[in-house]
Design a protein around this ligand. Structure first.
Ligand code: HPA
Length: 273
């Protein structure tokens, strides 16, 4: 997807939302997709109305962008995302975050559902992403680099900056929500991991395993945005869990945690700028 296509999508977002610029973007993962519509004064733009936008296929993921201003600055909420395992090109997977950064968002919040692999993690836990492991051997920046988007060799040593994590912890404390912290490992999916893959990821330093987020983090970082990542542990990872994994379990835990996750996201969108 070209630089021009990203600019064009950003122009349509500005026109349709009536806001020339947004400052913070959030990608709402499984179970949180319904949240954006509840924001006061939210303006909805269906992805289908934005040129170049990939349309989500998985049930439980919505398909609209919402613009709102719950705090000091206008925010863009991406309600539903597309995943690499659906067969999308990497450029499609990251089109949303690229349009967000092109729309002025210098802070991007990525949320997801993940399996808990680290010691002490339990279903229902909310976990700040401290760093990630790209275990999918895919990268959205493969190919010719467009210098207008960012550098050929982006630095990834401070992808999820400490000051944003500290701020998130403060917001969580104010909302009465407990936040843990860990490293997220991206597996391509769509199979859940094998127990051995989970053990491998643990030994590599992973606390969370999931099928999203890392491509978007890479693309947003490439464009100079700062990232905040939040995982909801919907299940213990394969082999740690005593029962087989299922999408139903993921959705049930996401449903049960919605109130806490929403309180955290609400506080963040009022505070980030
Ligand atoms: N593995 C990968 N992705 C996931 C999981 C998991 O255990 N749970 C929710 N998304």
């Amino acid at each position: 997807m070209s630089y021009e296509a990203i600019q064009q999508a950003a122009a349509v977002i500005a026109e349709r939302t009536g806001r020339p610029e947004h400052r913070v973007a959030i990608v709402l993962g499984s179970g949180l997709a319904g949240y954006a519509a509840t924001l006061p004064g939210a303006v909805e733009v269906p992805y289908a109305d934005i040129p170049g936008f990939p349309l989500p296929k998985v049930q439980g993921h919505g398909g609209s962008l919402f613009s709102a201003q719950p705090g000091e600055v206008p925010v863009l909420c991406y309600s539903g995302r597309v995943h690499t395992y659906e067969g999308w090109d990497m450029a499609d997977v990251v089109f949303g975050v690229r349009t967000a950064v092109a729309s002025g968002c210098s802070t991007v919040v990525l949320t997801n559902a993940a399996g808990g692999a680290g010691d002490g993690l339990e279903p229902g836990d909310l976990v700040l992403i401290r760093d990630h492991l790209n275990l999918a051997a895919r990268n959205p920046l493969v190919g010719t680099n467009d210098e207008r988007l960012g550098p050929r060799f982006p630095d990834m040593s401070d992808t999820y900056p400490r000051d944003l994590r500290d701020l998130a912890r403060q917001v969580a404390a104010d909302a009465g929500v407990t936040l843990k912290e860990g490293v997220y490992a991206w597996f391509l999916g769509p199979t859940f991991e094998t127990p051995s893959e989970v053990q491998m990821a643990r030994r590599m330093g992973a606390d969370l395993v999931g099928m999203s987020t890392v491509p978007e983090a890479i693309a947003a970082r490439h464009m100079g945005a700062r990232l905040l990542g939040i995982s909801l542990v919907t299940n213990l990872a394969a082999g740690i869990s005593p029962v087989p994994l299922s999408h139903e379990e993921v959705q049930e835990t996401a449903d049960a945690a919605r109130e806490r996750f929403t309180a955290l996201v609400d506080g963040l969108l009022r505070t980030l700028h």
